[in-house]
Unconditional design. Structure first.
Lengths: 442, 475
C-alpha cells in the first residue's frame, strides 16, 4: 500500500496547549509561539512532516475555540432540514458572512477540520468539564471527521482525567489519549499515532512509516548523545600538564580546571542542541543548569558530595591512573608513575612522571591529570542531563528536574576509558558502548 | 507550505566535505560558532537535506574562503609530497639496479628477486587486506609520513583560522575509505615509478654495455631450476614479449655454457619479467585504487549521525514557515465602564463558570444581596437572565465571581456582557483561586492580565473581596 498524505488538525479550546502539542510532535521547539495566555495563536498554520524529503503528513495548528456555546446555538437555530447532515450545517455557517465574522476563529477551525483527515481535540485535563467544552466537541463532531481527544496536563496534581473520560464517553468520544504535551515521551507519542492509525485504514502505511522514522531518530539522537559524553570523558582524560617537581602547582591546577570546565560546557551544549533546546530553557533546579550551564562547579567538593560521589573512597584509584599512564609511555617510566598527593586541588591528581630521557627520569616531573571522582562526576552529570532531555517536552517552559540517582554514580567508569592503547576511534566506540549499557541498565 | 522535491542524496565536492569537517572539528573543540545566525539563515534556503545545509552553512560562515584556500594549499603540499616520493623511487631504483648488476655476469633470478621481491610481498599483503576486510588497510608508514608532513609544514602553509581543525579534517579524509584508496594509489604509484625507472635503467645499461646473462643455482637441481624458469617464462611468452619455441634456449642459459649465444633473448627475458611481474600488477592495482578513490570522492557523504552534525539538525531543519502570530491584529472592542444609574439599588451576585458549587463561597449574607447561584450551562444562563429581566429596577452592582483558573475567552465575555446588560448596574468581577495559580501551573501575572483585558471588554472592573465589601457596605 502506498503512503497517503495525512492531514492532521490540532484543535481545542483556547490555551489548552495546541501549539505545544504541535511542537512536541514536530520535535521543534521553535514552532509557533507558546505563552500562558489566551489566543496566542490566531491563524491556522500547517507544518509538513517529512520522510526522506517526502511530506507524508501535515500538522495544522489552529486558534482556540472561544465561543462554542453561542456557535452551538447558531447552528441549532440554522439546522433546518439538515439536522443530521453535519458537514452541510458547518458549510452553512462558513458560507454565512455575518456568522463567519462573528465566529472568526471558530470558522477557521471548522474549515480546517472539514479539510483534514483526522482532528486531535486537545483539552486541559485540569479544567472541570464545563458545558462549553461539550459544545465544542459536539460542533466538531458535525464535521464528520474522526476525532482523537488528547488529554493534556494529566501529570498535574489537579488533573481531572477520570471526570473527563466519563464525560467524553457520554459524548460518544472513545478515542482518548493522555498526552502531556510538556513531557516528551516517545512511548506516548507512539500511542497517539497508533490511535490515529486505528481510526483510518488508509493511513496505516503512512503512520507505520512515520513511527519507524521516529524510532530511528530517537535511537540516533541517543547514540549521538552518548558519543558526545564518551568524547568528553576521553578528552578529559587527555587533559594534563607536566610540570617540574619544584614548580608551584597552583597555577597549573587552575589552568587545568579551566580546561575541564570549558570542555564540559561543550558537551552540555551538544546535548542541548541534539534535543533542540536553547540555553534559555533552563533555570535553577535540581539539575542545577542555568542558562545552559551547570551552576555547580565540577571542582567544588560539595558538588561531588551532592552527587553522592565520595572523593575519599577513590584515593587509591589515582595511583591506578598513574599506572595507566606508565603503560602509555611504553613502560619506559618503569612503573614509577605513582600518586604524589591524593588531590592537589580538588579534582586534579598529581602523578609523579618521569620523562623518557635518562636526565628527565632522574630530574623527575609531575604530571597533573583529572582524577577519577571528577571524571565520574562529569560522566554522571551528562548522563543525567541526557536522561532528562529525553523525557522533556519541547514545549515545556518549566525547568528540568530529575531526582538524583545514586545507583549510576556507584558504577565504575567505562573500562575502555583508561585503555590508552586502543586506537582513538575504537576507544570512543567502546566507551560509548559501555555508557549505553549503563544508560539502559539504569 | 513548501514540499521537498530535491534529490535524495547530495554528492559533495571534496573541498565542501573538508570544509564541513573543519567546522565540525572546530565546533567540537571550541563550541558552536555563535555568530552563525546569518550562515544558518543562508543554509536554510539551500537544498533540502541536512548534509547540503550543513555544507551551505559551513560555506557561509566567516573565514570559509580562507579555509578553502588552506585546503588547496594542503592539496598542493600533498602533490609535492607525491612528486618527492617519485624522485625517491627513481633514486631507489637506480640504487637497486646498480647493486644488482655490479658485475659483467648477471644471474637473472637474483636480479629479479632483488628488484621485485619487496614490491611483490607488499602488493600481496595489500591484496590480502582487501580480500579480508573488503577495504584497503591504511599504509601506516605513508600515513605517518603524511601526518608528519602536514603537522610540520602545515602550520606554515596554512594562513586561515584554526589550522589544527583544518589538518584534522584533511587527515580524516585520508583515513576515510576513499582516502585509503588514494593512499593506495600513491603507494602503487611509488612502486610503479620505482619499477619503471629500474626497467629504463636496465634497458639503457643492457643496450650500451655487454653483460653475460643466465641462470645459476646452488640449492636446486638444474631440472628444478629449469622448471622454475619455464613457469616464469609462461606469462611473458603469453603476452608475446619473448619466444621460447626453441626448447634448448632455456638450458643454454645456464651460466658459463654459451653466453654469447643467448645474450639478446636473456636480456629481453629479464626486462619482460620486470614488466609482467612488477609493472603490470602494480598498474592494475593503481588503476583499481584510482577508480575506487575517484568513485569515493565523487560520493563523499557526511556522517550525519555524528553528534557534531546531528546537533545542527534542529537548527537547520526547523520549519521555514513559523505560524503567523498576529496578536496586534485582533484587538477586542472595549466598553466604557458600567456605572449604576441613580435609581439603581441592590446587589446581585452570581458565580460564572467556576466549575462546581463547592468552589463558591457566599460573598454576602442573604439579606445583603440576591444570589443567582452558579451559572455555567445554557439553562443556568437562561434562568439567570429570566431572574434579572423580571426585576423592576436595575441593580446597583452585579458582582460576578470567576475562577482565575479559567482562561478568559470571548464566550465568557459575551455571557458577562449579557448578564451585566440585563442587571443594569456596575459590573464587579471577583477572582477566586488567584493564590493557587502558580500551583495550578500557570503564570499568575499573565493570567491576571488576561482577566484585566476581559474586564475592559465588558466594562467591568476586578475588585478584591475586601474592597467589594466596603464598597457595597457604603452603597
Amino acid at each position: 500500500m502506498s503512503e497517503s498524505h495525512l492531514h492532521l488538525a490540532i484543535v481545542g479550546h483556547t490555551n489548552t496547549g495546541k501549539t505545544s502539542l504541535v511542537r512536541t510532535l514536530l520535535h521543534q521547539a521553535q514552532f509557533g509561539s507558546v505563552d500562558d495566555r489566551a489566543g496566542t495563536t490566531t491563524r491556522v498554520s500547517g507544518e509538513p512532516l517529512y520522510i526522506d524529503h517526502r511530506a507524508v503528513m501535515t500538522l495544522y495548528d489552529s486558534p482556540g475555540l472561544e465561543n462554542a456555546p453561542a456557535l452551538f446555538d447558531w447552528l441549532e437555530l440554522h439546522a433546518g432540514s439538515q439536522r443530521h447532515r453535519g458537514p452541510a450545517r458547518v458549510q452553512t455557517l462558513l458560507d454565512d458572512a455575518d456568522a463567519s465574522t462573528r465566529f472568526d476563529q471558530e470558522s477557521q477551525v471548522l474549515s480546517l477540520v472539514l479539510g483534514s483527515d483526522v482532528a486531535l481535540y486537545v483539552c486541559d485535563a485540569r479544567e472541570p468539564v464545563l458545558e462549553k467544552y461539550r459544545d465544542e466537541l459536539s460542533i466538531l463532531s458535525l464535521c464528520g471527521r474522526p476525532i482523537v481527544v488528547v488529554l493534556n496536563f494529566v501529570a498535574s496534581p489537579h488533573s481531572q482525567e477520570s471526570q473527563w473520560r466519563a464525560a467524553l464517553a457520554q459524548l460518544g468520544q472513545h478515542h482518548i489519549i493522555a498526552f502531556d504535551a510538556m513531557v516528551r515521551n516517545p512511548v506516548t507519542e507512539r500511542r497517539l499515532f497508533e490511535q490515529i492509525r486505528s481510526l483510518s485504514d488508509a493511513f496505516v502505511p503512512t503512520i507505520d512509516a512515520w513511527l519507524r522514522k521516529r524510532e530511528q531518530e530517537e535511537a540516533d539522537r541517543l547514540s549521538a548523545g552518548l558519543s558526545a559524553i564518551a568524547q568528553l570523558l576521553i578528552d578529559a582524560t587527555a587533559i594534563q600538564s607536566v610540570i617540574d617537581q619544584d614548580e608551584p602547582m597552583d597555577e597549573a591546577v587552575q589552568a587545568l580546571q579551566d580546561q575541564v570546565r570549558r570542555r564540559e560546557q561543550l558537551a552540555v551544549d551538544v546535548l542541548l542542541d541534539l534535543y533542540r533546546f536553547g540555553p534559555q530553557d533552563y533555570a535553577e533546579d535540581p539539575l542545577n543548569l542555568s542558562a545552559g550551564r551547570w551552576s555547580d562547579d565540577v571542582f567544588d567538593p560539595d558538588t561531588l558530595k551532592s552527587y553522592g560521589i565520595r572523593a575519599g573512597r577513590y584515593i587509591g584509584t589515582g595511583a591506578g591512573l598513574g599506572a595507566a599512564f606508565d603503560v602509555a609511555t611504553g613502560g619506559l617510566s618503569l612503573g614509577t608513575g605513582t600518586l604524589v598527593g591524593a588531590a592537589t586541588g580538588a579534582g586534579i591528581s598529581a602523578v609523579r612522571q618521569f620523562g623518557l630521557g635518562l636526565v628527565d627520569r632522574l630530574r623527575g616531573q609531575i604530571r597533573l591529570v583529572v582524577d577519577q571522582p571528577t571524571l565520574r562526576l562529569l560522566a554522571w552529570r551528562q548522563m543525567e542531563l541526557l536522561r532528562a532531555l529525553r523525557q522533556r517536552g519541547h514545549a515545556s517552559q518549566t525547568p528540568l528536574s530529575t531526582p538524583a540517582q545514586d545507583q549510576w554514580s556507584a558504577q565504575a567508569l567505562p573500562r575502555a576509558l583508561m585503555n590508552k592503547r586502543l586506537e582513538e576511534a575504537e576507544r570512543l566506540v567502546r566507551v560509548q558502548a559501555e555508557l549505553a549499557q549503563a544508560f539502559i541498565e539504569d | 507550505m513548501g514540499r521537498y522535491d530535491g534529490k535524495m542524496t547530495t554528492s559533495l565536492g571534496v573541498i565542501q566535505w573538508l570544509l564541513a569537517e573543519q567546522v565540525r572539528h572546530t565546533e567540537q573543540a571550541q563550541g558552536r560558532i555563535r555568530d552563525d545566525a546569518s550562515a544558518n539563515a543562508v543554509a536554510k534556503e539551500q537544498g533540502l537535506d541536512l548534509a547540503q545545509r550543513i555544507v551551505s552553512r559551513a560555506e557561509a560562515l566567516p573565514d570559509a574562503q580562507f579555509i578553502q584556500r588552506d585546503f588547496k594549499h594542503l592539496r598542493a603540499l600533498f602533490v609535492w609530497f607525491c612528486l618527492l616520493l617519485g624522485v625517491v623511487a627513481m633514486v631507489a631504483a637506480a640504487g637497486a639496479v646498480r647493486v644488482s648488476i655490479d658485475q659483467r655476469e648477471i644471474e637473472i633470478l637474483a636480479v629479479v628477486a632483488s628488484l621485485l621481491g619487496l614490491p611483490t610481498v607488499l602488493l600481496v599483503v595489500w591484496l590480502l587486506a582487501i580480500l579480508i576486510w573488503r577495504r584497503p588497510a591504511h599504509s601506516t608508514l605513508l600515513t605517518a609520513m603524511t601526518r608528519g608532513l602536514f603537522h610540520r609544514l602545515g602550520p606554515r602553509a596554512l594562513s586561515g583560522p584554526r589550522p589544527e581543525a583544518t589538518l584534522a579534517a584533511a587527515m580524516g579524509l585520508l583515513l576515510s575509505p576513499s582516502g585509503r584508496w588514494l593512499m593506495g594509489l600513491v603507494s602503487h604509484g611509488f612502486w610503479l615509478v620505482y619499477l619503471s625507472s629500474a626497467l629504463l635503467i636496465l634497458t639503457v645499461l643492457l643496450t650500451v654495455s655487454q653483460y653475460d646473462l643466465g641462470w645459476g643455482t646452488t640449492l636446486l637441481s638444474d631440472a628444478q631450476a629449469l622448471r622454475l624458469l619455464a613457469m616464469l617464462a609462461y606469462l611473458p611468452e603469453f603476452f608475446g614479449l619473448i619466444t621460447t619455441d626453441d626448447g634448448t634456449w632455456l638450458a643454454t642459459g645456464r651460466l658459463g655454457v654459451a653466453p654469447e649465444l643467448v645474450r639478446g633473448p636473456w636480456a629481453q627475458f629479464l626486462l619482460a619479467l620486470i614488466v609482467v611481474y612488477g609493472i603490470l600488477p602494480r598498474m592494475l592495482a593503481a588503476l583499481l585504487s584510482a577508480g575506487m578513490a575517484w568513485y569515493g570522492f565523487r560520493h563523499l557523504s557526511l556522517d550525519l549521525k555524528h553528534p557534531g552534525y546531528l546537533r545542527l539538525s534542529g537548527l537547520l531543519m526547523e520549519p521555514k514557515s513559523a505560524s503567523v502570530e498576529d496578536d496586534a491584529g485582533y484587538e477586542p472592542e472595549r466598553r466604557s465602564m458600567r456605572v449604576a444609574s441613580k435609581d439603581a439599588s441592590g446587589v446581585i451576585t452570581l458565580a460564572l463558570e467556576v466549575g462546581s458549587e463547592a468552589s463558591v463561597s457566599p460573598l454576602f449574607g442573604s439579606n445583603e444581596a440576591i444570589d443567582l447561584g452558579v451559572v455555567e450551562t445554557r439553562a443556568d444562563r437562561e434562568r439567570a437572565m429570566q431572574a434579572l429581566s423580571v426585576r423592576k429596577q436595575p441593580a446597583a452592582y452585579l458582582v460576578v465571581q470567576c475562577s482565575a483558573r479559567r482562561t478568559p475567552d470571548r464566550g465568557l465575555a459575551e455571557s458577562l456582557n449579557q448578564l451585566a446588560d440585563a442587571a443594569g448596574g456596575a459590573l464587579l468581577i471577583v477572582l477566586t483561586d488567584t493564590e493557587s495559580l502558580g500551583d495550578w501551573g500557570v503564570d499568575p501575572a499573565a493570567r491576571l492580565a488576561d482577566w484585566s483585558r476581559l474586564a475592559e471588554q465588558t466594562g467591568g472592573r476586578i475588585e478584591s473581596l475586601h474592597t467589594l465589601r466596603e464598597m457595597v457596605g457604603l452603597s
